[in-house]
Design a protein around this ligand. Structure first.
Ligand code: 5AD
Ligand code: SF4
Length: 498
């Protein structure tokens, strides 16, 4: 049962979708905090309720419309509550959101997120429904469309991140690839790279706040190109510049487009000590026929050659992929080729999605969504089983090995326990007890181990003793257990050895 007894304004925000949305929500929270808002995890308690939405699959949209449906009664009884729909579904559906949920006050596309504080204020002041969206891909010159999609990257709020030691940094917005299944180019607009000076300034700011790892974001992050006069900064150049930011220990970037995986980038990932040896490079299908219909711009052999280069250049690299099963016209034979490819290429992990037709895409216009849902589901499960077996096998060589882990925080199990029992007391005279922690290796493998709260945010050596498909289990190598605490009364004996 939630009660809003204080005078502070309360904000409830729910985020679905990709890392871009997670970052946008972090920034919206930061800007509303400046206006005196505090976060609540209860809609009944909230003065403002925001949904940051995704349009990549129908299911993500259905979830939001159901959540809005559940708020209808709350809005009737508390008409002063401001309800907002932000993000990709807002851009895609626009006024349709008001038609389906007439009690929504704001509809704000991803290119207009910077307007949220003003729009909330206006809605609260009784200005009526507010719609702020960017131009569609055919609604003006490229320049005008680009200008209508503003990247919003101002102040940061470390408190909004799952861990203050990691942060997303947007390096580009939009997408120009127009894969036929994908709604992203329509809702997030043209590809635009951010100036390197802005990205570096943000990295310095994050480092000064104690952030250890930055994750560079772009829909096709390796297509990053920023032209200044006759010079061009590529992603590899940016990695070299970010390498020099003191305090940042690790740098990752997602998501890569297979055709733009250039040698200069592979060399940077190999040579830069702070660069994660991890690349997410979605192949989507193992059938040339399907890839062509998807308009991915490469064949299976071309992808295979690219992956060969990646593995030759970067020893120990971990590569992950996305797959769509049940795309229009996908036959049993096409799917068998995808299974074969997954067995051959041995990705560290694969994210598998059932095709979801998106109105407004070329796929929806040109091809019928003709694979029955039951078949999509069966193919999804089959591919997942193949991938899981490979992931588990590929984790076995880690047994007995020592890896370097950047500690992110309590493990999921520890967080669940803390939710039930509350966090343990910490402070002078109350040494932190053992806590199950989680972190990642340089090749992005998740490691769970027993540690203590002070180790969060540190790079620790961990020896692995067990592994399943998604997780390595380890023990901290004790002589590096972290900054030592000295008790004055005990002759400066270190207290926090594990
Ligand atoms: N249906 C299912 N999956 C999709 N993706 C993108 N669009 C669709 C769609 N219409 C998947 C792709 C992409 C990932 C982020 O989402 O695999 O790489
Ligand atoms: Fe969508 Fe293709 Fe662009 Fe990725 S590259 S965002 S799948 S259109």
């Amino acid at each position: 049962m939630c009660t809003n007894s204080s005078m502070t304004k309360k904000l409830y925000i729910e985020t679905v979708g990709c890392q871009m949305n997670v970052l946008d929500s972090e920034l919206v929270v930061a800007s509303l905090r400046k206006e005196g808002y505090e976060l609540t995890d209860c809609t009944a308690d909230a003065d403002t309720i925001l949904f940051n939405t995704c349009s990549v699959r129908q299911h993500a949209e259905d979830k939001i419309y159901s959540a809005l449906g559940r708020l209808k009664h709350a809005k009737q009884t508390h008409p002063d509550k401001v309800i907002g729909v932000l993000g990709c579904m807002a851009q895609k559906d626009q006024r349709l959101v008001f038609e389906r949920a007439p009690y929504v006050d704001l509809v704000v596309g991803p290119g207009q997120i910077h307007q949220v504080p003003r729009l909330v204020k206006e809605a609260r002041a009784g200005a009526g429904q507010q719609l702020e969206v960017s131009l569609g891909r055919k609604e003006g010159s490229r320049d005008a469309i680009q200008r209508s999609h503003a990247s919003f990257d101002p102040l940061r709020d470390p408190a909004m991140r799952p861990t203050p030691y990691q942060a997303y940094v947007r390096i580009m917005i939009g997408c120009d690839k127009f894969c036929t299944y994908c709604i992203v180019p329509n809702v997030r607009g043209p590809e635009q790279s951010r100036p390197p000076s802005e990205i570096l300034a943000e990295a310095h700011q994050l480092a000064s706040e104690g952030c250890k790892e930055i994750i560079l974001l772009g829909q096709t992050v390796n297509s990053y190109r920023y032209r200044h006069g006759d010079r061009t900064t590529r992603l590899s150049d940016l990695l070299y510049e970010l390498q020099e930011v003191d305090g940042i220990e690790r740098i990752r970037f997602i998501t890569n487009y297979p055709k733009d995986m250039t040698d200069d980038l592979l060399a940077a990932v190999r040579d830069l000590p702070k660069s994660s040896r991890y690349l997410h490079v979605p192949v989507q299908s193992g059938s040339d026929r399907v890839l062509e219909r998807m308009k991915r711009g490469y064949t299976v052999d071309e992808y295979r050659a690219m992956l060969g280069r990646v593995r030759d250049w970067i020893p120990g690299v971990a590569v992950t992929s996305d797959f769509i099963v049940g795309f229009c016209g996908e036959t049993d034979e096409d799917f068998a080729q995808t299974c074969k490819l997954v067995r051959q290429l041995r990705f560290k992990n694969s994210y598998i999605f059932k095709y979801s037709e998106r109105p407004g895409t070329k796929g929806a216009e040109r091809f019928p969504d003709d694979v029955p849902d039951a078949v999509k589901k069966a193919r999804n499960n089959q591919l997942l089983a193949i991938q899981n077996a490979i992931s588990e096998e590929d984790n076995q060589p880690f047994l007995g090995r020592q890896v370097e882990v950047l500690v992110e925080g309590p493990s999921k199990a520890a967080l669940k326990r803390e939710k039930q029992t509350g966090p343990p007391p910490v402070g002078p005279g109350k040494p932190a007890g053992p806590l199950q922690l989680t972190g990642r290796t340089r090749c992005d493998r998740i490691v769970v181990f027993e540690g203590n709260r002070r180790q969060i945010g540190q790079l620790l050596p961990v020896t692995i003793y067990d592994a399943n498909a998604l997780t390595l289990f380890g023990t901290v190598v004790t002589q590096h257990a972290g900054p030592e605490l000295f008790a004055l009364s005990s002759g400066n004996r270190p207290m926090n050895r594990l």
